[in-house]
Design a protein around this ligand. Structure first.
Ligand code: TRP
Length: 453
């Protein structure tokens, strides 16, 4: 049965690819990938990450797009309808609902971190980093995150930007944002890479990123690489599923997914090539954690010629990347509200934005007035971050690939994928066995049932 999405569809295959790449490329690539690569010793970690993208990420992405395009509704109703079509339990719909909830939670902290990036854009453009030292850079960062009022203001601004695009709908909002921002992002990134390779320690950066030294990789690092593949490809909560639900029927799912996964990985590597040469030539620490770009890069921007311009461009890049990702985090809850509760897209956007904004205050306060309120050594932000990344996304991805490859009838999945028999068999093998087993290992590790290293 052919369904139609009530929200419309992407106007072209390219629009889908830009939007899905926009979802995938975000804080995960430019903020998180460099710092966890730094913490995990470089080359070997990068190699494992790429393997995870290819063997786990890609088949799960294909599964999500396939479910979305066949279901043509929000994640919950898509999974429920497809289960019913093939005579399976409608309880599969709860997987979609968990995804919708994960959307609220991830966006709540994502918006706060993106708010830091907006603040840093203005600081860089205003020349605040001129002559900054390691000590004063740390103070600038702490001064921002420690001040709830300022962070709330930037968080509110970022949520408003996201809601503005979402409220405009699929073709008028999501697609336009991706069409304008993705090319801009790519150009700024290439400029930054050019600068880094030209003026920084390019040779050392290449060796660090591409020369694997397996002694520096721990078991925990392997699992971290896998979790990062999920987060970076936007998998496990229905974001790519809902984008798939707007995909025209004649576009090849497998080929589009391949383009998106390759682009996302390329951007992460390019971000590494933009950042590490600067880090090395300024003798900054690669393993300095989440502060890597917010604390160390301003020092470099403060010293280099045209640092004000490059600094502003860099944080603009980060804001654009986060913006097109945040839109995709908003979409599953919004479509769920529109379809289940029969309210307009505008109202659904307001409601989703309002709830997420409120939840985001928990992350804002985790860095100041609630920083002492911890449970198992985690602040509320750490808790939401690890609940979503370590539990909800892996479980969601696991369930979605099991659903597409085991629960849906073979005729349904092959009818929707419409690819060559060889590609179909390869996808089915990866989605049936490789991805679920690998994800089970990540999850069991996260909850402590098994422990690596
Ligand atoms: N992939 C984005 C990033 O790398 C974040 C993101 C957007 C995401 N949508 C998602 C993560 C859905 C998990 C699930 O920053």
């Amino acid at each position: 049965m052919e369904r139609k999405s009530i929200h419309g569809q992407w106007s072209t295959r390219l629009a889908f690819i830009l939007a899905a790449t926009g979802s995938a490329v975000g804080l995960g690539n430019i903020w998180k990938f460099p710092y966890i690569t730094g913490e995990n010793g470089g080359g070997a970690f990068v190699l494992v990450y790429i393997l995870c993208v290819a063997c786990i990420g890609l088949p799960i992405m294909i599964s999500e797009i396939l479910i979305g395009r066949r279901g043509r509704q929000n994640p919950m109703d898509s999974m429920g309808s497809l289960a019913r079509d093939d005579g399976r339990s409608v309880h599969w719909q709860w997987v979609g609902l968990v995804g919708v909830c994960a959307g609220f939670l991830i966006l709540s902290f994502y918006s706060v971190i993106a708010g830091w990036a907006v603040a840093y854009f203005f600081r860089a453009a205003g020349g605040l980093f001129h002559g900054v030292t390691a000590e004063s850079s740390k103070q600038i960062f702490a001064g921002l995150t420690g001040d709830p009022e300022r962070v709330i203001a930037w968080h509110s601004a970022f949520m408003a930007m996201t809601m503005f695009v979402t409220a405009r709908g699929v073709q008028g909002g999501l697609e336009q944002a991706a069409k304008i921002m993705m090319p801009a992002l790519f150009m700024i990134l290439l400029l930054m890479v050019g600068y880094g390779l030209h003026s920084g320690d390019a040779e050392r950066a290449f060796r660090f990123l591409f020369q694997p030294d397996f002694h520096r990789l721990t078991g925990a690092g392997v699992l971290e690489a896998m979790g990062q593949a999920f987060f970076s490809l936007s998998l496990g909560m229905g974001a790519i599923m809902i984008y798939g639900s707007y995909l025209p029927g004649d576009v090849s799912i497998a080929r589009s997914a391949l383009v998106v996964a390759v682009s996302d990985t390329a951007v992460a590597l390019l971000a590494g090539l933009a950042i590490f040469p600067i880090v090395f030539s300024n003798h900054l620490q690669v393993g300095s954690g989440p502060g890597l770009i917010f604390v160390t890069l301003p020092i470099a921007f403060g010293q280099m010629p045209y640092g004000r311009v490059f600094g502003a461009l860099f944080f603009l890049l980060l804001v654009f990347a986060a913006w097109t990702s945040a839109i995709s985090l908003m979409e599953p809850p919004v479509t769920w509200l529109v379809e289940r509760h029969r309210i307009s897209r505008f109202r659904a956007t307001m409601l989703t934005g309002g709830i997420t904004w409120l939840l985001g205050l928990g992350t804002v306060f985790s860095f100041n007035i609630w920083s002492g309120a911890t449970l198992w050594h985690m602040t509320l932000f750490d808790g939401i971050d690890s609940l979503t990344s370590n539990v909800m996304l892996p479980l969601g991805g696991f369930a979605m690939s099991v659903f597409a490859a085991w629960v849906m009838a073979r005729s349904s999945s092959s009818g929707e994928l419409r690819t060559s028999p060889g590609v179909y068999r390869l996808w089915r093998f990866l989605a049936r066995f490789v991805a679920p087993v690998a994800v089970a290992v990540v999850f069991l590790n996260a909850i402590g049932v098994i422990r690596f290293s």
